[in-house]
Design a protein around this ligand. Structure first.
Ligand code: 3H9
Length: 693
């Protein structure tokens, strides 16, 4: 397939890129661009319009080429050829103009965009920095501080903001070819205007220092942001050509970092998870019913409304329904305030696409129902019996349970093939993860519907088999247990939180516990007490907190104290004596833990449980587990997820650690046969991704 064509058309020529899906700058596109510029030079046309077919202008370098030996022509040289053209080249943009795509546009002599276009330099989100002139041309176009903000944030800018900043010359309605042609006519008698020839704007050192501090604080172990900023500044002290070489070197250095490998793994992992079964057509899901207007139901309702769906929310009485409706309205007001939703759209959606009801009969003609009521099997089964009675044949019946057996829920109906789990994460209108729980009888087109719904809602969908806690909560329970045991043996919750945040999680397990409420874990332990294996140790200190009414943030006290003086929590001096008392009662002689040992135990538990989940085929592939932990549990993205991290850390080291821990507690540290096998044979989790990440 020809990925770039040059089309002569009189005084205006067209350089057309066509490399689906996102016109990434593969080696063939780079060569094609260089050849097209040469063809334009040889042609009689006075101006060229560079635009793309398909859904977007060039969305960046071809990420799948990263980590492989670079192939000529290199992008900086191609862009240099564009910029050096003696005749003007107009870049006509649409879609998402990102990374190398924006750098190509910055090499052109004018930039116009179709309304709705977004632009940005997101390289830092992949552990990289602009490597084809972005750090040298952009500051010359818009000033150093603004360029630094765009580069280090990696954010996407709307076309209007980009025009106001000076990144784009104009925005217009129409298609890229039309918009580009109109602009090109203005350039028939004009000489090219090259950003590389502009002087370097003066640098406001105070503003720059403030930005440096901000970047350092936000980076939390990531190397790309600070490196991008410094490489940009250093390059700007040099002549343009030298600055470009300096940028390239920094880019290539970052290309070799483990953070870059992890971030690109994360990028592909989250796109490889939600594969719709081949040849299966999803059912219709325009009209959605939601049962339960609590926090979860509200978030799901907002998410469905934002996806353009029609929502009927059922609550037990009118007062509860009104409360839920008001809360959803408020969420949408927030979206209006943040500029994410137009006021008129908000009003229209709440008036015409949203309603509440107290009678299940209101769900008689919906296409899909999501149940989000109290986590109790009897209650859920009652709901599904009702749904079975009122819903039309073919309606998809979904439960938002976070750990209950979806097979048992399905059995309450006469149509288990229509039942599936949709495990949203709270707040459901913000969190991108959606675990899709496939029960024994779930029909393929019901599964396809769930994936289609997730896509429409902008969620990252990960399929999971049925087990207690599914993928995420089951793994969470394993690493939380490892943390509890470290405390029983001598560590403090504060040290565990420090070790875990030191690894890169935004919060440690005890900070998370306080946020979620300590009554949740307590209730789970109570529920499991009767069937607990006597060899399993119990975190009695956690029970003591809950029994004392110290339930976390909501009661002002849990593992931490929360008050006006420390709204985010401060250590409680009474905690350690209480834990010491528990250890004494259990006959444990406390020992010292280093932060590294705590981290190793925490990660070993996470990886071992993940391997079990793979062995049991609860998760389809390791990268799905990475996607779950990255998007539902705060796993640091620049470490790629637990499976990617484990491969990089060394499976043999993890296995050796687990064998060592098992000497003291063989029951808690049972090695996963899959993990053992991989370590013994020099295998990696990545080998199990089956070509897909
Ligand atoms: C860079 O440019 C470096 C330069 O400064 C210097 C170079 C020297 N490459 O996300 P989607 C695939 S760094 C290869 O589902 P959407 C993606 O895997 C790069 N493949 O669609 C998926 O494949 P599949 C800077 C790519 O509409 C398919 O396209 N650029 C690339 O939700 C559809 O993707 C970026 O960081 C790529 N660059 O979102 C932009 N991009 O169908 C990264 C996508 O097999 N990309 N694919 O699963 C994005 O942010 C989004 O993909 C985009 C579209 C917004 C473009």
């Amino acid at each position: 397939m020809t990925v770039v064509t040059y089309e002569p058309a009189g005084e205006i020529g067209y350089i057309i890129v066509n490399n689906p899906p996102v016109n990434a700058l593969s080696a063939a596109v780079r060569k094609g661009l260089a050849d097209a510029v040469a063809a334009f030079t040889a042609d009689a046309a006075q101006v060229a319009v560079l635009y793309c077919e398909g859904r977007t202008f060039i969305a960046g370098a071809d990420i799948s080429e990263f980590g492989k030996p670079p192939v000529e022509p290199f992008l900086p040289d191609v862009i240099d050829a564009i910029e050096s053209s003696a005749k003007p080249i107009v870049a006509a943009l649409h879609g998402t103009v990102l990374g190398g795509g924006l750098e190509v546009a910055l090499g052109a002599h004018a930039r116009v965009a179709v309304a709705g276009t977004k632009v940005g330099l997101p390289e830092v989100t992949l552990g990289l920095m602009p490597g084809a002139g972005g750090t040298q041309r952009l500051p010359r176009a818009i000033g150093v501080e603004k360029a630094a903000e765009v580069i280090t944030s990696g954010r996407q800018l709307g076309a209007d903001e980009a025009v106001a900043m000076g990144i784009l010359d104009a925005v217009a309605d129409g298609d890229a070819r039309g918009v580009g042609t109109a602009e090109a006519r203005q350039w028939l008698t004009r000489a090219p205007r090259r950003l590389s020839e502009l002087p370097v704007p003066t640098i406001d050192t105070a503003a720059l220092d403030a930005l440096r501090a901000k970047v350092r604080n936000a980076a939390r172990g990531q190397v790309a942001q600070p490196r991008a900023l410094e490489a940009m500044i250093e390059g700007l002290t040099m002549p343009f050509a030298e600055g470009m070489k300096h940028e390239r070197k920094a880019f290539m250095d970052l290309m070799r970092t483990p953070e870059r490998a992890a971030l690109i793994h994360a990028f592909f992992a989250e796109r490889a998870s939600g594969t719709v079964p081949a040849g299966v057509t999803p059912r219709k899901f325009d009209r959605v019913g939601i049962i339960g207007g609590g926090t979860m139901g509200q978030g799901i309702a907002a998410s469905a409304l934002n996806a353009g769906l029609d929502v009927t929310l059922i609550e037990r009485d009118q007062a509860a329904a009104d409360k839920a409706a008001a809360a959803i309205g408020k969420m949408q007001d927030g979206a209006v305030k943040r500029g994410k939703l137009a006021q008129a759209d908000r009003d229209a959606m709440m008036t015409h696409r949203f309603r509440t009801a107290t009678d299940y009969a209101a769900l008689s003609d919906v296409d899909l129902v999501i149940e989000a009521v109290f986590e109790n099997m009897e209650v859920k089964q009652d709901v599904f019996r009702e749904l079975d009675r009122v819903c039309r044949p073919g309606a998809v019946l979904a439960t938002n349970t976070s750990y209950l057996d979806v097979n048992q829920i399905a059995q309450a109906t006469s149509r288990p093939a229509d039942v599936i789990g949709l495990h949203f994460f709270s707040p459901a209108n913000v969190m991108r993860l959606l675990e899709i729980i496939i029960a024994d009888a779930t029909a393929q087109d019901v599964l396809a519907t769930a994936f289609a719904l997730a896509k429409k809602m902008g969620k990252i969908a990960v399929p999971s088999g049925v087990c207690e806690g599914f993928i995420g909560n089951r793994i969470l329970s394993a690493y939380r247990t490892a943390a509890d045991y470290a405390i029983l043996d001598g560590a403090s919750p504060y040290q565990v939180d420090r070790a875990v945040t030191g690894f890169g999680f935004p919060m440690g397990p005890y900070q998370v516990g306080d946020l979620a409420g300590l009554d949740i874990g307590y209730a789970t332990r109570q529920r499991k007490a009767a069937t607990r294996d006597p060899r399993e140790r119990v975190p009695v200190f956690a029970d003591r907190l809950a029994e004392a009414g110290r339930l976390g943030r909501k009661t002002g006290r849990g593992d931490y104290i929360y008050d006006d003086q420390s709204p985010k929590g401060r250590p409680d001096p009474e905690l350690e004596p209480m834990v010491a008392e528990v250890r004494a009662e259990l006959g444990v002689t406390p020992r010292e833990f280093t932060d590294d040992e705590i981290r190793d135990r925490y990660m070993a538990a996470m990886v071992n449980e993940s391997a079990r989940i793979l062995d049991e085929q609860i998760a389809a592939k390791p990268s799905d587990i990475d996607a779950v932990l990255l998007h539902g549990y705060g796993f640091p993205r620049h470490k790629g997820g637990p499976m990617h991290w484990a491969d990089a850390y060394g499976l043999d080291r993890i296995v050796a650690n687990i064998r060592e821990y098992a000497k003291a507690d063989a029951y808690a540290w049972q090695l996963s046969p899959l993990l053992e096998r991989l370590a013994d044979t020099g295998g990696k989790f990545a080998d199990l991704n089956g070509g897909k990440k």
